[in-house]
Design a protein around this ligand. Structure first.
Ligand code: KIV
Ligand code: ZN
Length: 527
């Protein structure tokens, strides 16, 4: 059977906003270097447009957009800007070094947002649509305009705004479902209505930006494509404001697997989806839901007897896509304590890591230590170990040792030694259980007012000698950071995760993270 040639009119452009809408969600803050790493992977994977940040939000955001603009080889680099002049000028500056740069400017158009958030009359909003797009065109001829809360906007007004934005020079028109309120049929009808009624609609590409509050972000985006949309805004693992955005891996695979009913295509190399998911989960410390479509750890697991029997007879009985098609490699028993440096660095390359110098050496030392304690070292163990190595490379405070007394005969107590800026300090504490005792030790050495919002443990692989992976979320001054720690000892993993989060908070105070230093302007803030 010959595959029909792909026509350009059926191509759906993938606009990834992991670094902007994704990073905006509580706890998902990434460091500058982590952002660069994610951007590089997105570019390699074939993402068409990378929304790298919101330059006016903070100096950190500006620097990330600017650096990504300098480095990126293929993708268009977009920055977000509200409709005000300062936002647009700052965004224009940030994207300047890009081979191809885009300004993405937006303003709310729904009655509830105009009245309560903007406190502006519709005619004033319409003026700002024109002035913002016109100003953005001074910096680039690639300007995207978004109607924030577009799905709750009156149709006549939305048509006027879209027409005005295109006339002022917008080349992409984005219709966000900002609050995740729409349903597929309604979104289809909205896009079809705009394309029918707006006289200059054929001069722009229409785009979907759907949030997942009712779990329909992907379905709504695909309904939009059926109505003529040719750009989907999405994030890796679906991270984003509140319930998140449409998940990149889901929209891509829906079009790949069901190309019979969704005859569209993207430039994405689907075999990189798993790697992208793991990287984003590692740098944000946001665990991926086990049963998450495409990239969840159970997405290709067949537990029940009936399913396993069917799979053994023919994989297509229960498998609509192969694990390999999304980059899942068969879990292998990787290496043991006798494996050398060469085999270790080959394995890292195979898993998609690029480590060199001290980082490679440190990761190898950690691997050896793990292999001494754990009989079987799997790919997942190596990933947890290297992700931790990358995340903690710049940390000021490191765990040196931990001894805990636990069990039925309380009180539980801990003795902990930390390396703080090169100095070893030891402390003892008791607590309501071994985790509490460990965290109390840390608090004694690093006094802080951060609130522990989340403490979660899961096993990296099967077996009682599996590594525990602990996620911790700490909040300070209204902003949260998340961090992970892995170790065969759950308490050591807990201490590492807690320290990781404290290190992130310290880095933020010292300006090493995007959004550092002062309260960050949010894309939902008024101009
Ligand atoms: O959800 C939304 O409306 C947005 C806009 C800024 C595009 O993120
Ligand atoms: Zn959004």
């Amino acid at each position: 059977m010959t595959t029909p040639a792909k026509s350009e009119k059926d191509r759906v452009v993938i606009f990834d906003t992991t670094l902007r809408d994704g990073e905006q969600c509580p706890g998902a803050t990434m460091t500058h270097d982590e952002k660069l790493e994610v951007a590089e992977l997105l570019d390699d994977m074939g993402v068409d447009i990378i929304e790298a940040g919101f330059p006016i939000a903070s100096d950190g955001d500006f620097a990330a957009v600017n650096e990504i603009a300098k480095r990126t080889k293929n993708a268009v680099i977009a920055g977000l800007a509200r409709a005000g002049q300062k936002d647009i000028d700052r965004c224009g500056e940030a994207i300047k070094p890009a081979k191809r740069g885009r300004i993405h400017t937006f303003i709310s158009t729904s009655p509830v947002h105009m009245k309560w958030k903007l406190q502006m009359e519709p005619e004033k909003v319409l003026d700002m649509v024109v002035s913002s797009v016109t100003r953005a065109r001074n910096y680039t001829d690639d300007v995207e305009w978004s109607a924030e809360d577009g799905t709750r906007t009156e149709h006549d007004f939305l048509c006027r705004c879209v027409e005005a934005a295109i006339k002022a020079g917008a080349t992409t028109i984005n219709i966000p479902d900002t609050v995740g309120y729409t349903v597929p049929d309604e979104y289809f009808a909205l896009i079809a209505m705009l394309r029918r009624r707006v006289p200059n609609a054929d001069k722009a590409r229409f785009s979907a930006h759907c949030h997942n509050d009712l779990g329909m972000a992907v379905a709504n985006s695909l309904a939009g494509v059926r109505a003529g949309i040719r750009q989907i805004e999405c994030t890796v693992n679906g991270i984003g404001e509140r319930a998140g955005n449409a998940a990149l891996e889901e929209v891509v695979m829906a079009m790949n697997v069901r190309n019979d009913v969704l005859p569209y295509w993207t430039n994405i190399d689907a075999t990189m989806l798993t790697r992208a998911s793991k990287l984003v989960s590692a740098v944000t410390s946001f665990p991926v839901q086990y049963n998450k479509a495409i990239v969840g750890r159970n997405a290709f697991a067949h537990e029940s007897g009936i399913h396993q029997d069917g799979m053994l007879k023919h994989t297509q009985t229960y498998e609509i896509m192969t694990p390999e098609s999304v980059g899942v490699k068969q879990t292998s028993l990787v290496m043991g304590k006798h494996s050398g440096r060469h085999a270790f660095s080959r394995k890292l390359e195979e898993l998609g890591y690029k480590l060199a110098g001290n980082q490679l050496e440190d990761a190898f030392v950690r691997f050896k230590a793990l292999a001494d304690r754990k009989k079987h070292v799997y790919d997942e163990d190596i990933e947890a170990l290297v992700d931790e190595e990358i995340a903690t490379a710049q940390d000021r405070v490191k765990l040196v040792s931990l001894t805990v007394i636990a069990g039925t005969m309380g009180p539980q107590s801990a003795t902990l030694t930390l390396d703080i800026d090169g100095q070893h300090q030891t402390v003892q504490s008791s607590g309501n259980g071994p985790v509490d005792a460990t965290f109390n030790c840390i608090k004694k050495l690093i006094p802080n007012d951060a609130v522990l919002e989340l403490y979660q443990v899961h096993a990296v692989t099967a077996g009682t000698d599996a590594q525990a992976e602990v996620s911790v979320r700490l909040a300070e001054d209204g902003r949260a950071v998340t961090s992970k720690g892995a170790d065969p000892d759950t308490l050591v993993a807990s201490a590492k995760a807690y320290l990781g989060a404290l290190n992130k908070l310290t880095a933020r105070r010292h300006g090493a993270m995007a959004g550092a230093g002062r309260r960050r302007i949010h894309s939902t803030d008024t101009i």
